[in-house]
Design a binder for this molecule. Structure first.
Ligand code: LLP
Length: 438
């Protein structure tokens, strides 16, 4: 998919770059991002919304993959940006992302984070709870600022996805509940807060969702609530944000829809739920993360050791693992892999791909069909663009890999590989301990 293909040498090529050469230049493990595919996904969202005729913003959920080059790329494609921490906000600002197109999320933003965002004059705060509502009003007043907000609501929709990444149900740490009156109370409070400009509502029902029904139901509930608010409080929302969560294809088992189909389902639902009852249709915002960058990423590993247990299984170990991709261990996520240096060779054995961390759960792929694998072969694991680099760790003090963007036969480093010096950079040996005679 994307610009990936197998070249005449039998090597996997992405963005016109031979992965064997990428290994020689940058080493492994290496995250390779297909820039053209990221841009294509951005454009699919923008075009689908333009076709709807509704005013809109597409905010890239940077949590999926937040580095400065990606922020620039999102900006160039006309997207807004969703950040959830001072670190993501800092990254966006350092990259020169226009503050007015930044939306700040999170269920526990600290006072320092709110202050930093107010000072940067960002476009919108997505307020999650009453504590934050009061704190943001107080901080904005202190700084003589008026800030735009959305209220995050839980519409009571259960998306069919892994329970750790499903967020729209009532029993969730996020947002004001529509069903029990707390969302209504939040609207009342927010509309009376002098330094908060209430733009509308936000709802996010979960992640890696394949059906449109959950989104349609969320729109209906949010619309019903909006009409109630209009009736009782005479408050009219300018913006409805439906979050992210649009699924992608990791393996043949996954059957996501096209970006345009998700967008059409949402914009149609907005049109039918608000039309007539509302003076003018609200602006629609969404926050895709995974579906912008997920399938554009490939992780390249070098095969090291292997262990055959006759009649049971063959383990093949690579030079990364749960430190660069914790998703199989965390969510039992499935991935596909292939030998990048012998992509045309026929499958000959079934192996399971292990990482190099000191724990048995560090497995990337179970039962993968590959040509006879040797030490030194290159394994490419696809669809690693979202929540891989973003969730990478230094467990076992393993260095985080480099990230490159590839396009038109050119590769550009966007994140350097960590060095051993980086590994100890924040360590301090207290003098008391340093001084002890050995
Ligand atoms: N908006 C909000 C408020 C969110 O919480 C999220 C994701 C998104 C947008 C973007 O969702 P996406 O389009 O990427 O599905 N680490 C997990 C995914 C956690 C998603 C958290 N929130 C994973 O690796 O599957």
């Amino acid at each position: 998919h994307g610009t990936s293909k197998i070249n005449p040498k039998g090597h996997l090529e992405i963005g016109g770059c031979d992965t064997i050469e990428l290994k020689q230049t940058y080493g492994t493990p290496l995250y390779i991002m297909d820039e053209a595919l990221i841009r294509q996904r951005c454009r699919e969202y923008m075009e689908a919304f333009r076709a709807s005729g509704l005013p809109f913003q597409v905010a890239y959920a940077s949590k999926a993959f937040c580095v400065m080059a990606m922020c620039r790329l999102a900006e160039e494609e006309g997207l807004s940006l969703d950040v959830v921490s001072e670190g993501e906000l800092y990254t966006a600002l350092e990259a020169g992302f226009p503050a007015q197109r930044i939306h700040f999320h999170g269920n526990n933003k600290t006072p320092e984070e709110l202050e930093m965002a107010i000072e940067a004059n960002i476009g919108c705060f997505v307020v999650d709870n009453f504590v934050e509502l009061a704190m943001l009003q107080a901080l904005a007043a202190e700084k003589g600022a008026t800030v735009n907000i959305l209220l995050r609501v839980t519409p009571g929709v259960e998306a069919h996805t892994h329970e750790y990444i499903s967020t729209g149900q009532t029993d969730s740490k996020f947002g004001f509940d529509i069903g029990n009156g707390s969302a209504f109370e939040a609207v009342e409070q927010a509309s009376q807060s002098l330094n908060l400009r209430l733009l509308g509502l936000h709802s996010h029902i979960g992640s890696q969702i394949f059906e449109v029904e959950g989104f349609q139901m969320a729109v209906e509930r949010v619309a019903a609530f909006s009409l109630q608010v209009k009736e009782k409080l005479n408050v009219i929302f300018k913006v409805i944000n439906l979050g992210g969560g649009f699924g992608i294809r990791y393996t043949a088992e996954d059957a996501p829809l096209q970006v345009s189909e998700y967008v059409k389902a949402i914009t149609d639902a907005v049109k039918s739920s608000f039309a007539g009852a509302y003076p003018q249709l609200p602006e629609i915002w969404v926050e895709p993360g995974r579906s912008i960058v997920g399938d554009a990423g490939t992780t390249l590993y070098t095969v090291g050791t292997s262990k055959n247990i006759p009649g049971v299984r063959k383990y093949v170990a690579v030079d990364g693992g749960m430190t660069d991709n914790p998703r199989p261990a965390l969510y039992e996520s499935k991935y596909e892999g292939m030998l990048a240096n012998r992509a045309l060779d026929a499958a000959e054995e079934t192996v399971s791909i292990a990482g190099k961390c000191c724990e048995s759960g560090d497995m990337l792929i179970w039962d993968l069909e590959l040509p006879k694998v040797n030490s030194g072969d290159l394994l490419a694991v696809s669809c690693t663009g979202a929540y891989n680099y973003a969730m990478a760790s230094n467990y076992n003090r393993i260095r985080r890999p480099a990230v490159v963007f590839v396009q038109n036969g050119q590769s550009d480093l966007v994140v350097k590989r960590e060095t051993l010096q980086d590994i100890t950079a924040c360590d301090v040996i207290p003098e008391r301990i340093a001084k002890q005679p050995s």
